[in-house]
Design a protein around this ligand. Sequence first.
Ligand SMILES: Cc1cc2nc3c(=O)[nH]c(=O)nc-3n(C[C@H](O)[C@H](O)[C@H](O)COP(=O)(O)OP(=O)(O)OC[C@H]3O[C@@H](n4cnc5c(N)ncnc54)[C@H](O)[C@@H]3O)c2cc1C
Length: 473
Amino acid sequence: VTTPTISIHSEGGHFPLVARNLAELRQRISGRLVTAADEDFDTARQTPSLNYDRKPLALVRVANVFDVVEALRFARYHDYPLAVRSGGHSIPGYGVMDGAVVIDFAEYRKVEIDPVARKARVQTGATSADLAIPANAHGLALSTGDTSTVGIGGLTTGGGVGYLVRKYGLAIDNLLSAQVVTADGSVITASAEENEDLFWAIRGGGGNFGIVTEFEFRLAPVGDIYGGALFLPLTREVLRGYLDYIVRAPEDLTTISHVMHAPPAPFIPEDRVGEPVLQILTTWTGDMDEADQAIAPLRALAEPVSDCLGRIPYPEMYEWMRPAEQRHGAVVRQMFADSLSDGFIDTVIARFEEAPGPFTMVQLRGVGGGAMGRVPANATAFAHRDANYFVAILALWFDPLEDPTPHRAWAEDLWAKIRPEGRGVYVNFLAAEGEGRIREAYPNGTYERLAEVKRKYDPANVFRFNQNIRPSN
Ligand SMILES: Cc1cc2nc3c(=O)[nH]c(=O)nc-3n(C[C@H](O)[C@H](O)[C@H](O)COP(=O)(O)OP(=O)(O)OC[C@H]3O[C@@H](n4cnc5c(N)ncnc54)[C@H](O)[C@@H]3O)c2cc1C
């Protein structure tokens, strides 16, 4: 579908097509406008992050694509900053900005599954759970992230690395097409056949190129999995064995692991609560009969503190990340790595002894040796496909009154120590870390190619609250 392009910045004259003020915008949209005058403004502007408390001019809770166009034109014509929010989980909090018109997809989250064609049409505000639960009813799943409330909008435009990555690749590797509202207010389709340059860029380039309103995905035949969590004592041998096995295991096995404190939970023996452990979140998508054999090398690393693995419906994996759904503060630093030395392991274990809080974690994912790496590095804007490991420092806190300083200091110290072992960064785990780090997300000419696409689709940099790519000159 292509709507006629309307020039927003024509000189002088009357602009009947653009709302003159917020009251008029409120009249024109089918969705709901929330401003400081509305009772629910404070809840509407809240995000899951304790790091920020921003006051936008208005949130446009869109009900259809026309609302998106209307709000975009309004913001552009009146020169208001424009932010885009789907699930609201942006690590730098870019979904809600001070003084901005926020295009808010919180109520635009319909999911349609076609079980025969194994496809899903997903409105961009849908969360990972909004899709996973109805898809599971048909024995299907999309490879998304680890937390149920993360928005498909932000997750997909950055790449989408999750529980199925070794077998089914990134979320973007399963994207067939997207409906996109571009900076000039056009509604266009991006796919392998139409606007291929845009399709390439929105698969990893973040929200720089337009506002995605709908995605069409191919789904994988994943219903029940053998999965859950395995808690092992945190030792050098356990970490070494885990890292070595997980990138050469059968690719039906994907894991996301956390160096963390054993939580106070019914599945942890009381006398081991608080002990440093490696929590291995495990997803096995192969034959159930072969699951035990595939997981045996992990179980053999040490006597488990707790073994909570078994046959479960895929969406139950999200139960293990419930704490991350709650409002929390975080200092996050991420890198990819080809290999991780014993020195890295020793540093992580030693520094974890000085962890600044009970919820501090170091996340380790084995992403190599599978489907992600089979897609050529230049096929999408996600350019770290040859990496074996995904390493993230996650210094978290849940008390809104907590001082973030010790978390920041601890994270920065560990980051300085481990950084030489890695390279690059996943754009969706990037905080506000400056231009150099954005370029690290897009190595080997990827940044320059994105800048060209940016110049074509958003030369005025309307979409700038993101890991911003400057339009090329
Ligand atoms: C607890 C937690 C767990 C996570 N786990 C994973 C994981 O396992 N795997 C993974 O890959 N990532 C993960 N992430 C990172 C996550 O993918 C990013 O933070 C992502 O940007 C969040 O998307 P959102 O829609 O929820 O956030 P929002 O704050 O709504 O959006 C983030 C940004 O994405 C862009 N954007 C959002 N919607 C659109 C749209 N419709 N069109 C164009 N641009 C848009 C905008 O630039 C926006 O500022 C996690 C993050 C958190 C906080």
